[in-house]
Ligand binder design. Structure first.
Ligand code: AMP
Ligand code: GLY
Length: 423
């Protein structure tokens, strides 16, 4: 089969790499991809993820069997609807179902209707009532811009002033533009966070091994929220019982609810959960693979990825089998300044990851230098180094031995990915 992957980051690199590992897929092209993906020997084509028409023409002209949509923005913009209108099977939710990520308000109302445990919340579209609510409820409290703000629209305010400042940012300074026209104010949930992703086809779903992201920029969960600084899978401190509760109380009612309400979901449903003392509760849903979770979960897949997705797209039962032993761990290399003002344009050294040990480097924010064509940094998250280990300590030793052996000027990484598993 031939598959077109839409997107340009480390997640899409991992999706393409996993597809190529399976026997049924001969060819993968990533649109637009990035020069790091190309340097890894995977085809890329310079068509933007927002140019649905050009993608459709390319897919038809080159006889791709299906498309896999990586990022949220094209999903929200109806890329699956557009592809399907041209008879192209595309893995991802349509525009309507993608609202589970695109609108926190949509997600919260769906959860309320189907008794899915989540933080108590209220939605506001003006500053004054939002201020009053914060003053009544006090801190800690969570302020979220409705709509998409690339993971940066959330303020976890440990004191009232921070919460009030976040509201001003949204309503007065319009920091998130249209995304901030509405605000969701949420109860603060205490507990460890984990990500549970499932392949979904209507009311059927197949869960993946759980993973844990690291949202804060610096060691010890300090600094601003980012798109994610590293992840590992599985997460030993989250019990099987908690995962089973999450499946029964969260994933199943959500996918069944979407189907019942006439917006069946096809694609990857990502549940961002907190393991509270009252059981797992939802902090967010995404309508796609998580990044960087994908880069540590997909390497654990031992069955044919492309065949499974093709089966789902043709209403047949897919097979997914997963590695049972050990831990997969990934650390993001970020540009200095991330997630604020970035220093970019820095040459990236060769990263000595050993394929024979199941290690891999997935590229995100890189471009080719004009003269040398070597990779240079071009945005916040540059690449992710992924390794396997017998356990968390072993995986940490392996990944940090690799990272500490190279020189990364104007870049940084967290030194404590997966350390919560050891506390
Ligand atoms: P989100 O973009 O919704 O994933 O939020 C970003 C981060 O803020 C999450 O990964 C959590 O660490 C934190 N967060 C979001 N909502 C809550 C909540 N209700 N309680 C505690 N922490 C939260
Ligand atoms: N890692 C969180 C996300 O992909 O939104």
């Amino acid at each position: 089969m031939k598959v077109l992957v839409v997107g340009s980051g480390a997640r899409e690199h991992a999706i393409a790499h996993a597809l190529l590992k399976g026997e049924s897929v001969e060819e993968v092209t990533v649109a637009p991809g990035n020069p790091g993906i190309a340097a890894d020997g995977i085809q890329t084509v310079n068509i933007s993820q927002s140019n649905h028409e050009a993608l459709i023409t390319f897919i038809k002209d080159n006889n791709y069997d299906f498309a896999f949509i990586g990022p949220e923005v094209p999903l929200m913009n109806g890329i699956v609807d557009d592809f399907e209108a041209h008879g192209i099977p595309a893995f991802g939710p349509n525009k309507h179902a993608a609202q589970i990520e695109g609108s926190k308000d949509f997600a919260k109302k769906l959860m309320a209707r189907h008794n899915v445990p989540t933080a108590a919340y209220q939605t506001f579209d003006a500053l004054e009532p939002a201020r009053t609510y914060v003053l009544e409820h006090g801190a800690p409290i969570v302020i979220k811009a409705d709509g998409l703000a690339a993971g940066k629209g959330v303020t976890v305010a440990m004191d009232e002033n921070t919460a009030l400042e976040a509201l001003e940012d949204i309503f007065v300074d319009h920091r998130f533009g249209a995304a901030g026209a509405k605000v969701v104010i949420e109860e603060f949930l205490q507990g460890q966070e984990f990500s549970l992703m499932s392949f979904v086809s209507g009311t059927d779903f197949w869960v993946m091994p759980i993973s844990q992201d690291h949202k804060r920029a610096y060691d010890g969960d300090r600094g601003p929220n980012t798109g994610g600084m590293g992840a590992y899978s599985p997460v030993p401190q989250i019990s099987d019982e908690t995962v089973q509760r999450a499946i029964d109380e969260i994933v199943r009612p959500t996918v069944e609810g979407l189907a019942q309400e006439g917006t069946p979901f096809t694609g990857v449903l990502y549940a961002g959960l907190i393991d509270t003392k009252d059981g797992p509760k939802v902090i967010e849903f995404n309508a796609r693979f998580g990044d960087p979770e994908t880069e540590v979960v997909l390497p654990r897949l031992t069955s044919d990825f492309g065949a499974a997705i093709w089966n789902i797209l043709h209403h047949k039962t897919p097979v997914f089998t997963w590695q049972k032993e050990g831990v997969t761990l990934g650390v993001i290399i970020a540009s200095e300044g991330y997630p604020g003002n970035l220093v970019t344009g820095t040459p990236l050294p060769h990263i000595p990851a050993d394929e024979t040990q199941g290690q891999h480097v997935y590229y995100a924010g890189v471009k080719s230098a004009e003269e040398t064509h070597n990779l240079i940094t071009s945005s916040g998250r540059v690449a992710l180094v992924q390794v396997h280990g017998k356990n968390v300590t072993d995986a940490q030793n392996t990944v940090y031995t690799i990272l500490d052996s190279i020189n990364l000027p104007h870049m940084f990484y967290r030194h404590d990915i997966a350390s919560k598993a050891l506390q």
